[in-house]
Design a protein around this ligand. Structure first.
Ligand code: HEC
Length: 311
């Protein structure tokens, strides 16, 4: 047996060992990534693919809340499509180190996009692309097609900002500014109409006629402030188009008118205890208090979402 091997070794040295050595050497060169040309190429290719994927992720799942088109982007972060600027913000991205990059953490742990965003969380593939992108040094070079899309997405801001400004006169601007007091003024009708209802409830419970003057005062002030709040709401140049906003606007206007109906019921007749007029006043006031609560809730929901009070 050993004799046989010895003979074989002698043979191998000459005609088998040499090609094997060459072959191994060749493989070594190919597998040595930093020095071998094909591997370097696939690295840049990988980075380019990751950059495109990240651009598409940002466009699909971040741009609605963090885009240049918004006057008030969420978290004051409104340039998600500007990859260069995102990469340069060291609070978000540490190029080459995904683990230290807050942006990666936010997306990887599904904090962004938020749980209630309609886009849904980033997929595993999107998270991986973001990881690779940061690992590759967060490059910002995009292929032509995406670069064009990028510049139109980024110029949305100048378009949105440039358009209304020259058109808005000083008068319109002043009115819109006054309209900003809408949110603050809502406390008055809400509180006054609620307390008017409490006053009526006390009148009903104690049967004391004197509560009526208290109800009347609260109602007149409540209705006046409801009309005022409603007008300020119309002056406010809020540009939202959501269903919640529309409902708030129209129900709010209806509530102000309803408050006037209540005032009519309270002052046009004597409203003695036990009369149908008094019962009508109470019913109207109850409806008004419910309406003003719903409108107040919807107003909050425009900013904070319908699930704001979820436990
Ligand atoms: C539905 C809206 C929405 C979407 C979609 C969304 N975000 Fe946000 N984002 C927010 C809000 C709201 C904040 C502010 C949170 C806070 O301050 O607590 C925020 C904050 C951030 C911040 C921190 C800003 C800062 O400096 O504090 C980063 C970074 C961020 N988002 C990245 C992303 C990324 C990346 C995506 C897409 C993968 C995304 N967001 C999608 C709503 C959104």
């Amino acid at each position: 047996m050993s004799y046989y091997f010895r003979g074989l070794r002698g043979y191998a040295c000459v005609s088998f060992m040499r090609p094997t050595l060459l072959f191994t050497l060749a493989w070594f060169l190919v597998l040595l990534p930093p020095f071998s040309a094909p591997a370097a190429e696939s690295n840049t290719e990988d980075a380019a693919l990751a950059t495109e994927a990240v651009f598409e992720l940002f466009e699909a799942k971040c741009n609605d809340c963090h885009g240049a088109q918004l006057t008030r982007p969420k978290g004051k972060f409104g340039y998600t499509m500007d990859l260069q600027r995102v990469a340069a913000n060291e609070e978000y991205v540490v190029p080459g180190d995904p683990a230290k990059s807050e942006l990666y953490r936010l997306v990887n742990e599904d904090e962004m996009p938020g749980k209630d965003s309609k886009e849904g969380p980033a997929t595993a593939a999107e998270k991986l692309a973001l990881h690779r992108w940061i690992l590759a040094g967060a490059p910002s070079v995009l292929p032509d097609k995406l670069a064009q899309r990028q510049s139109s997405l980024l110029s949305a801001k100048s378009a949105a900002e440039a358009a209304p400004k020259p058109a808005q006169s000083l008068f319109a601007k002043a009115l819109a500014w006054i309209g900003r007091f809408h949110a603050a003024s809502t406390h008055f009708p809400i509180a006054l109409l609620m307390v008017a209802l409490v006053s009526e409830a006390l009148g009903w419970a104690t049967k004391k006629e004197s509560w009526l003057s208290c109800t009347r005062l609260l109602l007149v002030l409540g209705a006046a402030s409801a009309v005022n709040t409603s007008l300020l709401g119309w002056l406010n140049d809020y540009t939202g188009v959501s269903e919640v906003y529309k409902l708030h606007k129209w129900l709010g206007t209806a509530t102000a008118l309803w408050a006037l109906v209540c005032v009519g019921a309270a002052i046009l007749s004597e409203c003695r205890e036990g009369t149908p007029e008094r019962a009508r006043l109470r019913g109207a006031l109850f409806v008004g208090a419910v309406l003003v609560s719903i409108v107040g809730f919807l107003g909050g929901a425009i900013t904070f979402g319908l699930d704001h009070y979820n436990w």
